[in-house]
Write a protein that binds this ligand. Structure first.
Ligand SMILES: [Fe+2]
Length: 239
């Protein structure tokens, strides 16, 4: 490789990194339907009581009508004051939070993140417990050693995460599968995430997701929620 081709390679690498950081279009993940302001609370894809006995109806009602609705409302209030950003899809906002005015960045980060994360989360749960397909198990096992190792690593990360946040299975831009956690309502789309990429599975570990039924026993909630993960949806996201 001569000096010229070497420099061209360096520039291409830098541009690739720049595109990933600045362009949400490299992400094949648009979860929030319709996109753009004003956002609406999406209906749950099942009744509030459908996830019993794993997650109780009251928790689901408060979580959806209380917490999620508040994220939507506060995101809309922030965007009402940011007309230049109203036409962006939510994913575009979240991947480019660093471009928002500092006066509104934290609100969009918290409430836009809250809206995206919960819109992503609800369809990842199913009232009809299902087994992961052998193809999905094979794909996951290739990345983590075995299905049980994957389960152990994900639930352990979720259990150990300090305070409020989320545990994720993420597909990185290079195609690797990784487990990570984010604080508060951050997610792997955001420029602040330790592991950035396409979320494949997210588990809400805020106390509001389990406290009414499980109180401080987060590990019991995690064992329960494992029974109602929609593996068909996970497989579809994995692609
Ligand atoms: Fe939540």
């Amino acid at each position: 490789m001569n000096r010229r081709t070497f420099l061209a390679s360096v520039v291409a690498l830098l541009l690739g990194g720049w595109r990933w950081r600045s362009s949400p279009l490299s992400l094949d993940i648009y979860i929030v339907p319709g996109g753009g302001y004003p956002y609406e609370l999406p209906p749950l894809p099942y009744p509030y009581e459908a996830l019993e006995p794993y997650i109780d109806a009251q928790t689901m009602r408060v979580h959806h009508q209380g917490h999620h609705a508040t994220y939507v409302s506060n995101l809309n209030k922030a965007l009402a004051e940011l007309p230049a950003f109203q036409s962006l899809a939510l994913e575009e906002l979240l991947t480019q939070l660093d471009k928002l005015p500092s006066s509104h960045r934290t609100t969009v980060r918290n409430h836009g993140g809250g809206h995206w994360n919960h819109t992503f989360f609800w369809p990842l749960l199913t009232p009809k417990p299902q087994s992961p397909s052998s193809a999905l198990q094979k794909q996951i096992s290739a990345a983590f050693g075995s299905w049980d190792a994957f389960r152990g690593q994900l639930l352990d990360a979720a259990a150990r995460h300090f305070g409020s946040g989320w545990a994720w299975l993420v597909k990185t831009p290079s195609g690797q599968l990784q487990i990570t956690t984010t604080p508060n309502q951050d997610n792997p789309l955001m420029p602040y995430a330790e592991v950035r990429g396409k979320p494949i599975l997210g588990i809400d570990v805020w106390e509001h997701a389990y406290y009414l039924k499980y109180q401080n026993k987060r590990t019991e909630y995690l064992s329960a929620i494992w029974n109602i993960i929609n593996w068909e949806k996970v497989e579809a996201l994995l692609g």
